[in-house]
Each structure stands twice: as structure tokens, then as C-alpha cells.
Ligand binder design. Sequence first.
Ligand SMILES: NC(=O)c1ccc[n+]([C@@H]2O[C@H](COP(=O)([O-])OP(=O)(O)OC[C@H]3O[C@@H](n4cnc5c(N)ncnc54)[C@H](O)[C@@H]3O)[C@@H](O)[C@H]2O)c1
Ligand SMILES: CCCCC[C@H](O)CC\C=C/C=C/C=C/[C@@H](O)[C@@H](O)CCCC(=O)O
Length: 263
Amino acid sequence: MQVEGKVALVTGGAEGLGRAFTEALLEAGAKVCFCDVNTEQGESTYTVLKSKYGSDRVIFQKCDVSNQTEMEGKSLNYLFRCTKETFGNIDIVCNNAGIGGEKPPLWGKVVDVNVKGCICGTLLALDYLSTEKGGSGGVIVNISSAGALNINPYGPVYLATKSAILSLSRSFAQNPLACSGGVRVNVLCPSFAETSLVRNISEQNTYDVNVARKFVEHTPSMSPKDVAEAFMELVVDESKNGAVLKCSKEKGKQYCTINVTYS
Ligand SMILES: NC(=O)c1ccc[n+]([C@@H]2O[C@H](COP(=O)([O-])OP(=O)(O)OC[C@H]3O[C@@H](n4cnc5c(N)ncnc54)[C@H](O)[C@@H]3O)[C@@H](O)[C@H]2O)c1
Ligand SMILES: CCCCC[C@H](O)CC\C=C/C=C/C=C/[C@@H](O)[C@@H](O)CCCC(=O)O
């Protein structure tokens, strides 16, 4: 895919990986709408990106991806509509927004944001991108986790949501609306990257913060820019559909095949 001139939508773009994805897309010549639940950080990031790339190429919208109805303010439905009205089309969608947490009552919000938000964003993306629905095709990249390819006793809820994103994306990649609508669906599985999500691991969102922190300390972390390089490969390479791309500091990029063995 030639990214120059294309239109992208990124959720959770105010900081961390989402900001890196947004900047990589802008650097490649795309127009980008990014959203975030954190208005202050979103506006701050928007100010920086607007001055670097121009107000005609980047917009920020406050949006909570777990908000499924317009009644509660800026929903994903509103975000997609606003992006199309502003830029005329949508070609690339990155469902990135995500949070961590394991204990009640936080875990329910983790499922709402990570799973429902990604499902809603993927369904809307198919509606807007599929040529079967008046779109011009394109690519959806959903953000899972390397943890979804393993098991981790200290993050069962978070990794369950990331595993759900993995299965959802691989399944949608074979869905008729995607296949006959010229839409590729890929999933990125980063290992640890230096972001607030990892820095903020605490008693409130883990079972054993010391174990979780030791795990992080013993796993070399990538920069968000490293992860964005893997993300852009899934966007640009039109041979990639249903691809599962793991990326880590130690081993770089690894495409994964997922087989289930029966005993
Ligand atoms: N950092 C890592 O090590 C790592 C590894 C693998 C996967 N991931 C995944 O990458 C994604 C981004 O994580 P990150 O590390 O950049 O985290 P981060 O906390 O640094 O950034 C997440 C961004 O999403 C926003 N956000 C949170 N909830 C939202 C909601 N309901 N609606 C809209 N925006 C919302 C936050 O405000 C923040 O700006 C997540 O899905 C995470 O699970 C992160
Ligand atoms: C891996 C620790 C799990 C803790 C889960 C809790 O819900 C806390 C959530 C807060 C931060 C989570 C960071 C998770 C990052 C993962 O997406 C990923 O980097 C883990 C990869 C581990 C691996 O390489 O196997």
C-alpha cells in the first residue's frame, strides 16, 4: 500500500504506541485522525503534530473506545463519521487503545476497552473500508500482545483480552466482508515497550506487582518507534492479511503461525 495521501484512524494516539503509530503514518505522508480518552494529553500531542505536519493532515478527537453509544458523548461511531467527513475517506485503521488491570472492579473496564473497543473499531472499519459498503478497501491493524502468544499467571485478564484480539483479527481476515471488500486485517503482538502502560504497573492493576515488575525488568524493552516500524510493515505490505507479527527487543520481528496440537 502506498501510504502517501491515504487516510488513517488511530485509537489511543495521545501517547505511547498509538502516538508512535500516528507519527509513523504522518511521516509516511498519510492524513491521520487520532483519538484518546485523555483530552489533555491528546490536545498536547495534537499541538506538536499539527505544527510539524500541518493542520490539514492531523486531527484529534476525544473518544472513549468503550463508549458504544453516541448518547455518552464522543463514540467510535462519531469518530469514524468525523474522520470520513473531514478527510473524505478512511483507508487505514489501527485499534490500539488499551489498558491493564486484573482485580475487581477494574477488570470489567479492561474487557470493555480492550475487547469491546477493538470489536467495535473493527466492525466500523469494515463498514467504512469495504468496497462492498462503498469504501475503497484498506487495512486494519489491531494491537494484541506477545503475551497473548504465551501464558502469564500474573496477567490473566489483560492477556485474555489480548488473546481475544488475536482470534478476532485472524477470523475477520477470512470474513467475506473483508475478503471481498479489499480489506486486510492483521494483528501486531509487541513484547514490552517503554510506555506508561508498563511504567504504571502497580498493586492496583496486578496480582503481584513485584513479580510483574521483575518480569518487565528481565525482558528488554523496545522503544515505541521500534514497535511502529513493525506496525508500518503490516500496513504497507499488501501480501499481509491475517498476519500475526510479534516484535521484541531481543528477536526483532517474527511472523507467527498458530497451530493447535491435539494430545
Ligand atoms: N507497552 C507495551 O509493552 C505493550 C506491549 C504489547 C501490547 N501493548 C498494547 O499496545 C496498546 C497501547 O499501549 P501503550 O503501551 O502505548 O499504553 P499507554 O497507556 O502508554 O497508551 C495508551 C493510550 O490509550 C489511551 N486510552 C486508554 N483507554 C482508552 C479508551 N477507553 N479510549 C480511548 N483511548 C484510551 C490512553 O489514554 C493512552 O493515551 C495497548 O492496546 C496495549 O495493550 C503494549
Ligand atoms: C505481563 C504482565 C501482565 C500484567 C497484566 C496486568 O493487567 C497489568 C497491566 C499493565 C501493564 C501491562 C503490560 C503488558 C505488556 C504486554 O502487552 C506485553 O508486553 C507482555 C509481553 C510478555 C512476553 O513477551 O511474553
